[in-house]
Design a protein around this ligand. Structure first.
Ligand code: OGA
Ligand code: MN
Length: 235
């Protein structure tokens, strides 16, 4: 069973400093959006429609460092076939999902991963501050889909729990082109529609974990991402 130590408890990891980053929506005197705007936009999207797609959420340098970290961990044998379900009932079901993942454990992350987690901490505080979601911690993993891999239509909440509230997926693939496949297909309940999102480096997708079914279309070129979930305290 995956132990609780995989959960990143912000306070235990010294992420409080991220609170110093402004989430103000006022514009700077030079007309450029301030740093905080990228969080405010996500908060607004989530309030309005429950999902958000932000290209260039992370800059190229940090995204490339995260990709380097993913490749280093892969070479070190840290990736395992992902399961479906959780705890003792989790099973590897290749007909449903065929990615390989490496859980973040909150202890051995590199500087690049910690930097990204600090960004997520700022986002967590912005979401809690405006939408009162009670997001408390984050669990996440790196994932690789090799050619042919996919993840069939699913919901991120487990059957027996609603503690995953917001799903966040960051893509790491530079030079992605449509022929590489692997789009995230988000099913939008209100419009009975769907939206395909290119898994391009630096794009961050967020959505309410209990509200949006989604799938990863088959990939034709190795696809790397960092996915995770803001959770509320289990009752
Ligand atoms: C997941 C997932 C989407 C993606 O890991 O649960 O749906 O685009 N990932 O990688
Ligand atoms: Mn999912």
């Amino acid at each position: 069973m995956r132990s609780q130590t995989n959960l990143i408890r912000w306070t235990a990891c010294g992420f409080e400093q991220a609170a110093a980053v402004s989430t103000s929506t006022t514009h700077g005197s030079n007309g450029d959006p301030p740093l905080g705007d990228k969080y405010a936009r996500i908060v607004n999207d989530m309030a309005r429609q429950g999902w958000s797609v932000r290209e260039n959420f992370l800059d190229d340098a940090l995204t490339a460092m995260l990709m380097g970290e993913a490749l280093r961990l892969r070479a070190a044998g840290a990736y395992r076939h992902a399961g479906v379900g959780r705890g003792e009932t989790a099973q590897v079901r290749p007909a449903l999902r065929s990615d390989r993942i490496a859980w973040l454990d909150g202890k051995n992350e590199s500087g690049a991963t910690l930097k990204y987690l600090r960004e997520l901490e700022t986002l967590r505080q912005a979401l809690n501050g405006s939408l009162f979601l009670g997001l408390f911690d984050f669990e996440g993993h790196l994932a690789e889909y090799v050619p042919g891999a996919f993840y069939r239509r699913h919901l991120d909440q487990h059957h027996d729990s609603d503690d995953r509230v917001v799903s966040c997926v960051l893509y790491l693939n530079r030079d992605w082109i449509p022929a590489d496949g692997g789009e995230l297909r988000l099913y939008l309940p209100d419009l009975n529609g769907q939206r395909d999102i290119a898994p391009r480096a630096g794009t961050l997708v967020c959505f309410l974990s209990g509200a949006f079914e989604h799938e990863v279309l088959p990939v034709h070129k190795s696809r790397h991402s960092l996915s995770g979930w803001f959770r509320r305290r289990a009752l």
